[in-house]
Design a binder for this molecule. Structure first.
Ligand SMILES: Cc1cc2nc3c(=O)[nH]c(=O)nc-3n(C[C@H](O)[C@H](O)[C@H](O)COP(=O)(O)O)c2cc1C
Length: 344
């Protein structure tokens, strides 16, 4: 039977795993506005998931709803046996796929030998992919295993690293076109995504290749597909303040061509807050939600002033009041088009 990756129409456009961002409430918020072809959870520690106490805490990061399918759970670890056990748990939870994080530069993750550190031990990376597949089989399931990685750790070692990963036959591979050392300081090297496709084709591999890095709009993503021949594009930071991202029709420069108005952006910030509170009230701090206001309440007249006021408030009711007041006092601003400008 075909797995969900094989059923996707190409090119496809997916929403990146973003720790402390793409949680269950965020994903519900996004799909109200536009629809990525695949969603990812935030990364989850496989080691933690195998621990009785850790498991209880981490299971809340693995909650999803049917309307999010296809949804992939992302795991990280350096230990194949933990990967196997965690993959079994994830497969039993009903996810459509499992993705292995082999690119995260977070110090806590790397010091465990996981994330970007996987690139330092290619044999173990292959063992992790195999272990995830074994875990899926242990669960009596048949869901695909994919990998998300970079060009290399300190240097671009795509020529050796990619064939090694492909030898383990992941169903898909996302290539964030930078090294770990680059962090996000240099532009993503999309010419290396093109090279990845060549390598894949030379090897006769069936793994789908998803390009990632600095893509800002659907038009931009389509350009990257045309340029490189990649099967899909992953968007990360461009989603901040722009839940319309995956709707090509909403990316115009005027209201007539689908441009997003200030009123829509402000309202999306409120809807996002409601969604957040509905899901997390009493469990996650309200302050964590407020970081998103920097992206929504941005790039229009008086945005800075409005944002500063919203940031000071302690409850949703107070924030709504401030927003309503702004709307009453500045009707002329509301119909202006405000392009998304991602931050971070
Ligand atoms: C806040 C934040 C959290 C991230 N969390 C994860 C994660 O959990 N797993 C992962 O593989 N990558 C993670 N990444 C990397 C993104 O998935 C993506 O590869 C990177 O942002 C480059 O894409 P972009 O230029 O479209 O943002 C994170 C990035 C950011 C900015």
């Amino acid at each position: 039977m075909k797995n969900f990756w094989e059923k996707l129409e190409k090119p496809f456009f997916v929403l990146a795993p973003l720790a402390n961002v793409t949680d269950a409430s965020f994903r519900q918020h996004i799909i109200r506005y536009s629809r990525p072809d695949v969603l990812w959870t935030e990364f989850v520690s496989a080691d933690g998931l195998c621990h009785p106490v850790g498991k209880q805490a981490l299971l809340q990061d693995l909650v999803f709803q049917e309307n999010e399918r296809p949804i992939v759970a992302q795991l990280f670890t350096a230990h194949p046996e933990k990967m196997r056990e965690a993959a079994k748990i994830v497969a039993e939870l009903g996810f459509d796929g499992i993705d292995i994080n082999m690119g995260c530069p977070d110090k806590n993750v790397m010091k465990q030998g996981a994330g970007a550190s996987c690139m330092k031990d290619p044999e173990n990376a292959v063992a992790l992919i195999q272990a995830a597949k074994d875990g899926v089989r242990d669960a009596g399931k048949d869901i695909p295993v994919s990998v998300k990685t970079r060009l290399g750790f300190n240097e671009d070692v795509l020529e050796e690293w990619l064939p090694k990963l492909l030898s383990a036959e992941p169903a898909a591979l996302t290539l964030h076109a930078r090294t770990k050392k680059d962090m996000s300081k240099v532009p993503a090297r999309w010419e290396r995504v093109k090279r990845a496709i060549e390598i894949r084709d030379e090897l006769g591999s069936k793994t789908l290749i998803i390009g990632n890095g600095d893509v800002t709009s659907m038009a931009h993503a389509r350009f990257r597909v045309a340029e490189t021949g990649c099967d899909g594009v992953m968007f990360g930071r461009a989603i901040f303040g722009n839940p319309w991202l995956f709707d090509s029709a909403r990316q115009g420069l005027t209201a007539e061509t689908g441009g997003i108005t200030v009123a829509e952006k402000i309202d999306a910030a409120l809807v996002h807050t409601e969604m957040y509170l509905e899901h997390w009230q009493g469990r996650k701090s309200f302050e964590l939600m407020k970081k998103f206001y920097r992206a929504y309440i941005n790039n229009f007249p008086l945005a800075k002033e409005l944002r500063a006021e919203m940031m000071e408030k302690k409850s949703f009711e107070e924030i709504k009041e401030i927003v309503e007041k702004f709307k009453r006092e500045h009707p002329e601003v509301l119909s202006e088009i405000s392009e998304a400008k991602y931050l971070l």
